[in-house]
Design a protein around this ligand. Structure first.
Ligand code: CA
Ligand code: CA
Length: 319
């Protein structure tokens, strides 16, 4: 499908522009603190390259030479999906970046993460032009990454460290605790009483402190296509117990509350992966946003209980 951002509504144009600019310009390390929107009593809660090239020239009698390429000795922590390349980090205590030349030369091995599916491996190419006519770069993979138009991306991470140090479990989308949580978040935001439709209820322990976190996606547009009816929504949030209270942080929200919001295209937010992208032992949340003829990825790092989840990398491509 051709890039047709010009006919897409303002919200999409702004979104893609913002997402793409992040991938082409400066580091996106400081997108700020996620809004903590509600506090709920927690009683009884169970949430409880080095690329080395050596050239040896044989005896001067001949012109024979040999070139040996050695795979990178250190992890680059480059992160890419089918939609776009998110960026990389300097390692466990380093900075996140998507500015400048990606630190891969081709031939690196990646781990591929997709929700709770088994982790697989793929080999990546050098950075290649991507998302024309935008001047983006991405990596091609062998085998190709899973995911198709309007499907959730698989996420490739160039590291040999453990990208899933803690298990990812899916709870029932009808679990009453999280149906109520979604209803409480939408109350007052959607004019009519909304249909509560959780699409992902993911339970995991992001940092391995023994207290479980829950990430919930809910949407009236499960197929990701445009829906402009008042009452349509998509919301993605993290619930985390902090000092005995359940705190809720919004990772993505798109709501059409009334006809006054029209025309507007909904953005559908879901989790593509929960994985440690920088080898520090704490898992990041990779959000896959889908819009009419476009998609984007965001990586959210849970920094600490004061800052909460912070968006550290983002990229996008109109299709
Ligand atoms: Ca935890
Ligand atoms: Ca991490």
């Amino acid at each position: 499908m051709r890039f047709r951002i010009g006919i897409v509504m303002l919200t999409l144009a702004a979104l893609i522009t913002a997402a793409c600019s992040a991938a082409t310009s400066t580091t996106s390390t400081t997108t700020g603190r996620a809004a903590v929107t509600s506090t709920i009593a927690a009683a009884g809660q169970t949430e409880t390259t080095v690329l080395q090239t050596t050239t040896s020239t044989a005896a001067p009698i001949t012109t024979t030479s040999t070139t040996t390429t050695i795979a990178p000795l250190t992890d680059t922590f480059l992160v890419a999906g089918r939609t776009c390349m998110l960026g990389w980090s300097d390692g466990p205590s380093g900075n996140w970046s998507n500015d400048g030349a990606p630190p891969v030369a081709g031939g690196e091995e990646y781990q591929v993460v997709r929700l709770d599916e088994p982790i697989t491996n793929a080999f990546g190419t050098d950075p290649q032009p991507w998302c024309e006519p935008l001047d983006l770069l991405n990596i091609q993979f062998d085998p190709p990454l899973a995911g198709d138009f309007q499907e959730l991306d698989a996420i490739a991470v160039q590291t040999s460290s453990d990208v899933r140090p803690y298990p990812i479990d899916f709870l029932s989308n009808r679990d009453t605790t999280y149906v109520e949580a979604t209803a409480n978040l939408l109350a007052g935001k959607v004019a009519a009483v909304p249909i509560i439709n959780n699409t992902q209820v993911i339970r995991t322990d992001l940092e391995g402190d023994g207290i479980l976190e829950v990430i919930v996606a809910a949407s009236t547009v499960p197929d990701g296509f445009m829906d402009t009816a008042p009452g349509a929504y998509s919301i993605l949030y993290l619930r985390k117990v902090i000092e005995g209270d359940v705190q809720t942080a919004i990772l993505g929200e798109s709501i059409i509350s009334s006809f006054d919001d029209l025309p507007q295209n909904i953005i559908v937010y879901e989790v593509a992966a929960v994985a440690d992208l920088n080898g520090d032992g704490t898992m990041e949340i990779v959000v896959n946003g889908r819009v009419w003829e476009g998609a984007f990825l965001e990586a959210w790092e849970y920094v600490n209980d004061d800052l909460g989840p912070v968006k550290v990398l983002s990229c996008g491509c109109g299709l």
